[in-house]
Ligand binder design. Structure first.
Ligand SMILES: [Zn+2]
Length: 251
């Protein structure tokens, strides 16, 4: 009896240790940072595909909560309708609710939050209170001037929006036909720039918040530097090279 009890206890302990190990090996709770123009969205999708964790964009969480009329969504809508910023006291619980959904059971990749130091502190505390561990923070590092050029250099192909062309990125520079720039994929000569991508003031404003190391987004990334492993990836090379470097670091 005593012997069996001992074996049972041992088996239970071994099983618990195995489950803990397995959880540590499979869980991937990740935050991703990168300026506009760094290809953060594309890299987020690559991580999602490789690890099967949902790529969660904060903007989508807002839209879903408002559409479904959740209590937090209704509160958020009030602020948005008045043209005010939604307080972190509403945003953070909304994000946490999303991270508790079934598809996040093996991990998540959160994109678009926190945007500033105060939000980083609020999220860090909320995750801790909820007993959620943060495994990695990804930072796509890109020089501010290059990020701006990448946005302003985007050109849309009239034939297919998915034909990437950028006058400032050598790898996807438009081709030339009779001295005119044409789509490098299909040769179509209707390449246009999106108005948003040419709004220099708006780009500067957004980058001003991102590159602010005192209270802005980089301050938020730095907040996690002392707490979690930060994976810095150089965003200067092409999309494929950045993906490879990122996946190598995550593996
Ligand atoms: Zn094309």
């Amino acid at each position: 009896m005593h012997q069996n009890g001992y074996i049972f206890h041992f088996q239970q302990a071994a099983k618990a240790a195995y489950l803990t190990l397995r959880k540590e090996l499979t869980d991937m709770n990740i935050l991703i940072f990168g300026p506009n123009g760094s290809g953060k969205g594309t890299q987020g999708a690559v991580v999602q595909k490789k690890y099967g964790v949902p790529h969660i964009e904060t903007g989508v969480i807002f839209r879903v909560n408002i559409k479904n009329g959740t209590e937090l969504g209704q509160k958020a809508k009030g602020f948005i309708d008045r043209g005010e910023l939604v307080p972190d006291a509403i945003t953070v619980p909304m994000i946490l609710n999303r991270l508790r959904e079934a598809d996040c059971k093996n991990g998540w990749l959160l994109d678009g939050f926190p945007r500033n130091l105060a939000q980083a502190e609020a999220l860090g505390k909320a995750l801790q209170d909820a007993g959620m561990k943060l495994d990695y923070v990804i930072e796509i590092v890109l020089d501010r001037e290059i990020a701006k050029k990448r946005i302003m250099g985007r050109r849309l192909c009239a034939t297919d929006n998915n034909h990437p062309n950028n006058i400032f990125i050598d790898a996807i520079k438009p081709a030339e036909k009779e001295g005119k720039p044409v789509c490098r994929v299909c040769g179509c000569d209707k390449l246009t720039a999106r108005a948003d991508d040419q709004d220099e003031a708006a780009i500067d404003k957004r980058h001003g918040i991102y590159y602010d190391t005192k209270t802005g987004t980089l301050a938020a990334a730095n907040y996690f530097r002392t707490r979690v492993k930060i994976l810095e990836v150089d965003g200067t090379p092409g999309v494929k090279e950045v993906s490879q470097a990122l996946l190598a670091k995550l593996a």
